[in-house]
Design a protein around this ligand. Structure first.
Ligand SMILES: Nc1nc2c(ncn2[C@@H]2O[C@H](COP(=O)(O)OP(=O)(O)OP(=O)(O)O)[C@@H](O)[C@H]2O)c(=O)[nH]1
Length: 320
């Protein structure tokens, strides 16, 4: 019976760990299989949908909150409609926001009758930012839960640490989840058989980690982490933007867990995808805008003690 069920991979991992990078690696690989993708983000303005490569996969974006809190709504509804067209693809990948606790997401596949009948949770794959994970685990219980519930860990950003530091990180991860498979990766590059078609989420282990896993349980979120999004409809001055964001991350990077934006710079035909995780920023041109977008630039910040008027003024002052 289980062969006829659609495998679902839940891709989780803290803010900026490299989930979308891994997702793009999966979607760009020549495996000849077709995946439907559900991207959930924590923020008012969607950005992640633009960051996912333009494969012929179907990408659904939900951005009205955290997936672990809206599972009963959006996740069930979108997966339900996907499953009605199940002959169109070979699998489903759900990318959760970095702040999601994967337990209630995984739970959904066991407690919702329709999903239980037609889909099977193949694996919870947790992407870990090797560089930031120690601080993240100290500060966030969602991050601990993401490790505890993983069937597979992709230890990403290994380019930023030496061997001894990587071994220390692996030891800490095994302290939380002794049986998990850990695969090291750089920019999400990993053999796909390590993350897809794993053959089954380990329900027994989940119940060990969390005995009330199959019961409806309330969960709380890390205090004080909020998301703020801003948009401007005129093009930005690239140098002004770089100067502003550079100074901002320098000063507030400890509290800015994540920033990302789709930006239009004056004089550039292509949009710029800006990314930052704490103080470390990068970006890339990602191709021309869609007609309906015009010249709009959007930016999202996720962090603690964010000052909305100050961020808005700063972003608006980057207009060309
Ligand atoms: N140095 C380094 N940077 C990486 C690596 N993988 C991803 N990045 C960068 O890390 C940033 C975040 O990557 P994403 O894939 O967007 O992370 P994410 O987990 O999807 O982020 P959220 O969905 O916002 O939580 C981007 O700037 C990437 O270019 C890596 O292996 N090494």
């Amino acid at each position: 019976m289980s062969e006829t069920k659609i495998p679902v991979t839940v891709l989780t991992g803290f803010l900026g760990a490299g989930k979308t990078t891994l997702l793009n690696h999966i979607l760009s690989a020549g495996h000849g299989r077709k995946y439907a993708v559900l991207v959930n983000e924590f923020g008012e303005l969607g950005v992640d949908g633009d960051l996912v490569v333009d494969a012929d996969e179907e990408v659904f974006e939900t951005n009205n909150g955290c997936i672990c809190c809206t599972v009963r709504g959006d996740l069930i509804r979108i997966l339900g409609s996907l499953l009605r067209r199940r002959n169109k693809f070979d699998g489903i990948i759900v990318e959760t926001t970095g702040l999601a606790d994967p337990a209630p997401v995984a739970q959904t596949f066991f407690v919702d009758d329709n999903l239980r009948e037609k889909a099977r949770l193949d694996a919870v794959v947790t992407v870990v930012d090797a560089f930031n994970v120690s601080r993240t685990l100290d500060e966030s219980h969602e991050a601990v839960s993401q490790i505890a519930f993983a069937d597979v860990i992709v230890l990403n950003k290994t380019d930023l640490l030496d061997e001894a530091a990587l071994e220390a990180v692996e030891a800490r991860l095994r302290g939380i989840n002794a049986s998990v498979k850990i695969h090291r990766a750089c920019h999400g590059k990993i053999a796909l058989e390590n993350v897809l078609d794993r053959g089954g989420f380990d329900l027994a282990r989940a119940l060990e980690t969390m005995p009330d896993f199959l019961e409806n349980n309330e969960h709380t979120h890390e205090e004080g982490v909020t998301s703020m999004s801003f948009s401007v409809s005129e093009p930005l001055d690239e140098q002004r933007f770089q100067a502003w964001i550079g100074a901002l991350l320098q000063e507030r990077g400890a509290d800015i867990l994540r920033a990302k934006g789709i930006l239009h710079f004056a004089g550039q035909k292509e949009r710029f995808a800006f990314q930052a995780v704490h103080m470390m920023a990068d970006g890339d041109y990602i191709g021309p805008a869609r007609a309906e977008e015009g010249q709009e630039s959007r930016i999202v910040f996720i962090g603690r003690d964010l000052n909305r008027p100050q961020l808005r003024r700063g972003f608006e002052s980057c207009r060309a």
